[in-house]
Write a protein that binds this ligand. Structure first.
Ligand code: ADP
Length: 378
């Protein structure tokens, strides 16, 4: 399987064997369409990816490629299963772009270019929202005018679903427990951040909503705010709705508070005594603790809390600060294990901790490849 993840300015790809999980090749084309970049558009990016593969001796036409899996952020109400792409599907995806104007158009572009370059193989779209499709109505429904919500498909969809599902399965396997009887919280902390509460195979709640803007504080996104801020800025600061939206998506979160979106560089700023970076960090961990507390209550009983994503897998201080003092709620971290590092799946809670705390690397590409296999009928 070739898995393609087209973002607005980057294109990640991986050639992966879904059975063994082995990645034969992996790469990332960045800065697509930026002024000083040689990569003009997604067409050029995909051609560059194919060139890079052929430099490694891989010819996609003869290497036994079965299908291309494409990550699509928003499936709306229409798509919640891996879907074979044809012209009609492209048409429906284009209609859905209104729900995810930042995320879906580049994915559609990526699919169209890939279909042109690899017309003989099947192309399958896998949706970030799919895992949360059957979330309980109490968690999926916004308490707003019901008619409007229905008319405009406004609900809490949730995102990063491929990662939440994959990591929850890995967590149960790591603990040698049947997935069905396991209740867990998954914290996906990367450039985008989201939390989920999962009982068995079913998510009961997740922090992202209609779009990936809701919930935790992120690299450039605000996460939860009072919705009145939007109207207030439009009326008093004379900003347009588009300006406010772009501020909330691109110039908020850690970047908005400290001038830095990247957690590694933020850490250096904190160490050098930067007050804004320190405040940004406390806002981030405070919000994270609030969601952990909320999801402990949503689940009633929790077997595991798992960290994943670039920050979740690597930043021991975030894990410590998000969970400090929660012993009475059943969370006892082992500081030595937490600091211990390592790259693979690991337990960082103390043996006596009623709730296991784990770090599990996510692998969205592999999960997408396996979803494609299921779409092909096993
Ligand atoms: P994406 O959401 O785009 O897939 P990642 O999951 O790779 O991104 O997460 C990116 C974030 O992880 C960045 O904020 C980055 O600084 C942070 N990160 C990566 N490695 C480390 C590390 N060793 N320590 C702290 N943060 C890290």
């Amino acid at each position: 399987m070739l898995v393609i993840n087209s973002g607005s300015s980057s294109l990640k790809y991986q050639l992966v064997d879904p059975d063994s999980g082995a990645a034969r090749a992996t790469g990332n084309v960045e800065r697509i369409g930026e002024e000083s970049s040689p990569v003009r558009d997604h067409d050029a990016a995909l051609r560059q990816a194919f060139d890079a593969l052929s430099e490694q001796g891989i010819d996609l036409r003869t290497c036994g490629l079965v299908a291309v899996g494409h990550r699509v952020v928003h499936g709306g109400n229409t798509f919640y299963k891996p879907t074979r792409v044809d012209d009609a599907v492209i048409g429906k995806l284009t209609e859905l772009s209104e729900l995810a104007p930042l995320h879906n158009p580049p994915a559609i572009k990526g699919i169209e270019v890939a279909r042109k370059l690899l017309p003989e193989v099947m192309h399958i779209a896998v949706f970030d929202t799919a895992f949360f499709h059957d979330m309980p109505p109490a968690a999926a429904t916004y308490a707003i005018d019901r008619g409007l919500a229905e008319r405009w498909q406004i609900r809490r969809y949730g995102f990063h679903g491929t990662s939440h599902r994959y990591v929850s399965e890995q967590a149960a396997a790591f603990l040698e427990r049947p997935l069905r009887g396991t209740k867990q919280i998954v914290l996906h902390l990367g450039n985008g951040c989201s939390a989920s509460a999962i009982a068995g195979t079913r998510p009961l709640d997740t922090s992202m909503g209609l779009t990936p803007l809701e919930g935790l504080v992120m690299g450039t996104r605000s996460g939860d705010i009072d919705p009145s801020i939007v109207g207030y800025l439009c009326h008093t600061a004379n900003m347009s709705v588009d300006e406010v939206e772009s501020m909330l998506n691109q110039r908020s979160g850690m970047l908005g508070l400290s001038g830095e979106r990247d957690f590694r560089r933020l850490r250096t700023m904190i160490e050098s005594g930067d007050g804004a970076a320190q405040l940004a960090y406390s806002v981030f961990t405070h919000r994270l603790r609030k969601y952990i507390g909320a999801y402990l209550a949503v689940l009633g009983h929790t077997d595991a809390i798992t960290f994943t994503g670039g920050i979740g897998e690597n930043d021991a201080a975030v894990r410590r600060d998000a969970l400090a003092g929660l012993e009475e709620l059943g969370v006892v971290l082992d500081e030595r294990r937490n600091l211990g590092g390592g790259k693979g799946a690991r337990q960082i809670s103390a043996e006596e901790s009623p709730i296991a705390v784990l770090v599990i690397p996510t692998n969205e590409e592999l999960a997408i490849a396996r979803d494609c296999v299921s779409a092909l009928g096993g």
